[in-house]
Design a protein around this ligand. Structure first.
Ligand SMILES: Nc1ncnc2c1ncn2[C@@H]1O[C@H](COP(=O)(O)OP(=O)(O)OP(=O)(O)O)[C@@H](O)[C@H]1O
Ligand SMILES: [Mg+2]
Length: 174
């Protein structure tokens, strides 16, 4: 079973995946897998991010086997996954997290805006994969791990898409 741990940068994918790995679960860092398998086909110089050949990477992911595997990466929802878990974060808090990473202002704004308009959730849902959301704003990485494991065990009701709405937060910006 493949489980995508996706979400806007800074929502806490790697933080929760580190916990899952510590607890003995198989976790694959998709950015690392992409560079190790020559799936990076270019660099978007404007946005300063790698361009990945998703079709090629999908084949590489399939070669990982059939056990429970968590995929860490902001394009993991585009792989052949059984379920896609999109981590979410209030844009104001996300901005603080990305500032702490010392990202430049333009990149922070782009990502905070993508979070505000549910970009990854929309992309994941439109790809047809079963998509759930976990709000990490007031959840520790530990609590996020609990939520992820709950979803994997089939208790996904409380994480259904449609409950997270940052439009009020955006209105405060203008
Ligand atoms: N649940 C959380 N609560 C508070 N802070 C968190 C939480 N999860 C992660 N953080 C902090 O937010 C920052 C970004 O987290 P992390 O690197 O896990 O995000 P990411 O989604 O993997 O981002 P990227 O796509 O850039 O790899 C880190 O400084 C981390 O310590
Ligand atoms: Mg990460």
């Amino acid at each position: 079973m493949f489980v995508a741990i996706s979400g806007t940068p800074g929502t806490g994918k790697t933080a929760v995946c580190e916990r899952l790995r510590d607890d003995g679960y198989q976790v694959v860092d998709l950015n690392k897998l992409a560079s190790e398998t020559d799936s990076v086909v270019g660099v978007d110089s404007e946005r300063n991010v790698d361009i990945v050949d998703a079709d090629l990477l999908r084949v590489k992911v399939r070669e990982l086997g059939n056990d429970l595997v968590f995929l860490d990466g902001h394009f993991s929802h585009l792989m052949d996954v059984d379920v896609s878990i999109v981590l979410r974060c209030n844009p104001d808090e996300l901005k603080r997290r990305l500032e702490a990473k010392e990202w430049d202002e333009k990149k922070i704004r782009e990502n905070v805006e993508a979070e505000a308009v549910d970009a990854i959730t929309v992309e994941s849902t439109e790809s047809g994969v079963d998509t759930l959301e976990v709000d990490t704003t007031n959840r520790s990485a530990e609590q996020t791990e609990e939520a992820v494991l709950k979803i994997v065990s089939g208790e996904s009701e409380e994480f259904k898409v449609g409950q997270i709405d940052w439009s009020e937060v955006i209105l405060d910006w203008y």
